[in-house]
Every structure is written in C-alpha cells, then in structure tokens.
Design a protein around this ligand. Structure first.
Ligand SMILES: CC(C)(COP(=O)(O)OP(=O)(O)OC[C@H]1O[C@@H](n2cnc3c(N)ncnc32)[C@H](O)[C@@H]1OP(=O)(O)O)[C@@H](O)C(=O)NCCC(=O)NCCS
Length: 249
C-alpha cells in the first residue's frame, strides 16, 4: 500500500459517484438496530450540512472511495473522566448545540470510521485515525474523543463491557477496534453505558429479531452489543448500547 497514491477529501470535494459510494458503505457497515437510531435520522443531515470539513474521505488512485471518518467539533472543558454516560448520542447533540450557540470548538469528536468491504484488513483505518489526529492539530483542538463501538463485542452480548475490555488473546487486546486505537496511542477513559438509545414497540423489535416475542425481559437482538429489555404489557422495548470513551491528547 502506497500512501502517496491516496487522497484525503472532505464532503464538499467528493464527486457524485463518491458520495453514492459513501452512502452505500454506511448502509452495509452497521446492523439494522443501529441504522434505526432516531438520533442518526434526525441529526445526520445537520452534521453533513454544517461540518463538511470534519468529514474525512480516503480516496484511492482509481478515484474510488476506500473509507471515511465522520467527526464533529465540540467545546469541551471538563476533565476526560467526566465524559458523559450518553456517549455517542451526547456527542451528536453537543456538536449541534455548540454550533447553534456559536461556541468556539476546542475538541474533535469521532462518530464513526468505515472502510469499504473490499478494502478492509489492509491497515486503512490506521491511516484515517492518523489523518484525524492531524486534523485535530491543524484546527488547534486540544483533544480528540471517541465513544468507540468495539467491533467483535456483538459476538459476546452477555459479557459485561468491563470484562470484554480486558479480554486478551495471546497477550494482545482481544477486540481489534479497541486494540487499533490503543496501538495508535489513545487512552481508554470509561465505559459509556447509555451511548446509543434505541426504542420501539413490539412490532419494531419483532421485525428486527425476525421472530415473535413471547415474554418480557432481556432479549438478544442481532448486531446488538448487549441485550435489549422488552416489556410486552407496555408494548415497548428499549436498547442502551454500551460504548467505550477513548481519547487522544
Ligand atoms: C472497523 C474497521 C473500520 C477496521 O478497518 P480496517 O481498515 O479493516 O482495519 P485495519 O486493517 O486497519 O486493522 C486494524 C486491526 O484490526 C484487525 N482487524 C480488522 N478487521 C478485523 C476482523 N474482521 N476480525 C479480526 N480482526 C480484524 C487487524 O488485523 C488489525 O489488527 P492489528 O493492528 O493487531 O494487526 C472496518 O472493519 C469497518 O469499516 N467495519 C465496519 C464499521 C465499523 O464497525 N467501524 C468501527 C466502529 S465506528
């Protein structure tokens, strides 16, 4: 892989074909439960419209999209251990409210990294993380914080996130996404237990689970990192996705 043949563009610089490649990659990168987030549906347009320069796209020599990182600027002056439990949803709302209040940003917030399927496992995510750190420095931001979604946690929905965080394989951090950030010099800060909130009625959950729900209680839902509580009598189910706050300084 030659880094000289790669280009970094922001959202305003993409061709129509590249924008379509971006949209297609988003639609296959995450499970349906995540794609159902109302926070995404209600706010992603604002992020693209108002923070185009914080959306970083990695383009190959053939002009096709390899991957991207979506970030937002925020103003954050508390200590890192105060980063809120509502992780990802908070970061989206914070960037928008700071922007509306004209608060000068001092921190970069990471929302997602996606590498297109055929380009995965070639080291590109590390390129993007390095480029986002450059963006942080160029903008004079003090920190880069990300509520990360460990990529293999969905295979261990019953394991607590604390236990999962400490899982090792041959002395290396087990989860590749946590490991990638730690190897890039990120500090693990805390677990955000309510990072994404997804709610719906029984029909919504039955549709996601592709089966009839017969009892109230915790249920496994495909792609979820931890179980979902479903209450038949009140016709609702609620998922709180746990993520992990990490930070670069
Ligand atoms: C997670 C993702 C961004 C990683 O990008 P990538 O460019 O394929 O990853 P890299 O090639 O840089 O590999 C980074 C590390 O993860 C490991 N890895 C990557 N994919 C893996 C997989 N499917 N299973 C196990 N390990 C994997 C690599 O071996 C490497 O580990 P090492 O540094 O110890 O050698 C990519 O798989 C993706 O887009 N996934 C879907 C979206 C997502 O989950 N994003 C992250 C949360 S926002």
């Amino acid at each position: 892989m030659s880094s000289q043949r790669l280009k970094y563009l922001n959202l305003t610089e993409l061709s129509d074909v590249q924008v379509q490649q971006y949209r297609d990659a988003v639609s296959v990168a995450f499970p349906k439960i995540i794609q159902s987030s109302k926070v995404i549906k209600n706010n992603w347009g604002y992020i693209e419209d108002h923070f185009p320069k914080h959306q970083l796209y990695l383009i190959g020599a053939d002009d096709n999209l390899i991957g991207f990182m979506n970030t937002v600027p925020i103003h954050y002056d508390q200590s890192l251990d105060q980063l809120p439990n509502e992780g990802w949803d908070w970061l989206v709302h914070k960037s928008i409210s700071d922007h509306k209040l004209n608060k000068a940003p001092n921190t970069l917030g990471g929302l997602q990294v996606i590498i297109t399927k055929k380009n995965q496992r070639k080291g590109y995510s590390k390129f993007l993380i390095a480029e986002a750190k450059n963006m942080m420095q160029k903008n004079g931001y003090e920190k880069f914080v990300i509520p990360i979604r460990p990529t293999l946690k969905q295979n261990y929905p019953d394991m607590s996130m604390v236990d999962y965080l400490h899982l090792k394989n041959e002395n290396k951090i087990y989860d590749p996404w946590i490991r990638t950030h730690v190897d890039s010099n990120a500090k693990v800060i805390s677990i955000c237990h309510k990072s994404m909130n997804i709610k719906g009625d029984i029909k919504f959950w039955e549709n996601l689970m592709n089966q009839k729900i017969k009892h109230s209680g915790y249920h496994q839902v495909s792609g979820a990192l931890n179980p979902v509580y479903i209450h038949l009598d009140s016709n609702k189910g609620e998922y709180y996705e746990e993520n992990i706050w990490i930070a670069y300084e």
